[in-house]
Ligand binder design. Structure first.
Ligand code: FAQ
Length: 327
């Protein structure tokens, strides 16, 4: 199974003080938040650092597919909305890096892990945005999937992560609506606009379902993360909820889903859907996504081109500290 080095831990129970571990697990089971200075098992710290930093990277890399359309939005109003949305994603990245830093890994280390390919970011951002309708599909589906995953994370067991999620979820909810509204407008527009909306759904549907991660049986992290209440739902449970909520939304505006096996199952009270192409998912996770190289190049270039800003901020802080010490 594919998993990062960061996450390869010895049997957790064998390396920690059993009393401390039991007290920690009791707090988690009682739904108490764990805070940065509290004792925590090393594997809990590592899992959280991995998940929160990868989440932060996803927000930052996730600015690129939409950033591609800011200059080409079809009206001033659409441009202003898209600009605000992309700025929100930057904010989400910053809250999340800050939350991850409270676990003892510096921002520089996390960014270095992203740039060297050691850390991951969501597979979804390795697909290209070909038309304006993709802005609708991303807001509706990608932000919709993100909310489905992140609403439960407001009750994740680590306090700083849970609190960051509260504001993130409010903003993602606006993002989802703005995306759906673009899809509604296009579906009510000319036949060509409706065709573009359908094409965007056809291309983004399966990658959006893959955002939830591998099936539970193939998810190496889920069992422990559920036990420590880092994750509050499994990958498959969230994927199913997302399908059940999203399909009627698409049908309401005249769109069809590109899955011949998608159908309502009266007995389960849920949609059945086809098996996803997990080979494709793992290839994208390995860095072989359609625009993976461009995405990483854009991030590395931005980091290098921003060096002078970091240097100027450091010089300013040093000057300030010197003045304070002299006073
Ligand atoms: N992409 O054992 P599991 C957004 C990896 S934010 C890449 O199931 P876990 C906002 C996984 O890391 C989107 N890798 O792992 C926005 C693990 O490898 P590792 C991001 C993936 O952690 C919208 C391996 O596979 N959201 O979209 C993916 O228990 C629009 C085995 O998997 C979050 O990060 C994937 N899709 O569950 C921004 C939410 N799935 O690390 C701009 C927080 C799995 O051991 C525009 N994260 N992998 O080497 C989570 O909830 C979890 O980390 C999961 C994965 C559910 C993503």
């Amino acid at each position: 199974m594919y998993t990062t080095e960061l996450q390869k831990t010895k049997a957790v129970d064998g390396i920690e003080d059993p009393e401390k571990l039991a007290a920690f697990e009791a707090r988690v089971a009682a739904d108490e938040f764990i805070e940065p200075k509290d004792w925590m098992p090393e594997a809990y710290r590592r899992t959280l650092t991995r998940q929160i930093s990868q989440h932060a990277h996803s927000e930052i890399v996730g600015m690129l597919p939409e950033g591609n359309w800011i200059g080409r939005a079809p009206s001033l109003r659409r441009k202003a909305i898209l600009l605000a949305k992309v700025q929100d994603e930057a904010g989400h990245g910053l809250y999340l890096y800050s939350a991850a830093e409270t676990l003892g890994t510096s921002r520089e280390e996390m960014i270095e892990a992203l740039h060297s390919g050691k850390a991951k970011y969501s597979t979804i951002f390795n697909y290209p945005t070909l038309t304006w309708a993709d802005m609708g599909a991303i807001g509706w589906l990608v932000d919709g999937a993100a909310i489905m995953n992140q609403v439960p994370l407001q009750r994740t067991s680590y306090g700083p992560y849970a609190r960051a999620m509260v504001r993130v979820c409010k903003e993602e909810s606006f993002h989802q609506r703005q995306g759906y509204e673009i899809m509604m407008a296009m579906c009510a527009g000319t036949p060509e606009q409706k065709r573009m909306a359908q094409d965007a759904l056809d291309r983004w549907w399966f990658p959006s379902l893959m955002m939830f991660g591998p099936p539970d049986d193939d998810s190496p992290n889920t069992a422990q993360s559920m036990r420590w209440r880092i994750k509050r739902d499994t990958n498959d449970a969230l994927r199913q909820k997302f399908v059940d909520i999203t399909v009627p939304q698409g049908e309401a505006i005249g769109l069809t889903f590109p899955d011949p096996d998608l159908k309502w199952n009266e007995e389960r009270g849920a949609y059945d859907f086809g098996i996803l192409d997990w080979e494709e998912f793992y290839a994208v996770v390995r860095g072989e996504g359609p625009v993976a190289k461009e995405r990483m190049k854009a991030r590395r270039d931005a980091w290098e081109e921003g060096a002078w800003v970091r240097e100027a901020a450091d010089a300013y802080a040093a000057k300030h500290a010197e003045k304070k010490a002299a006073a």
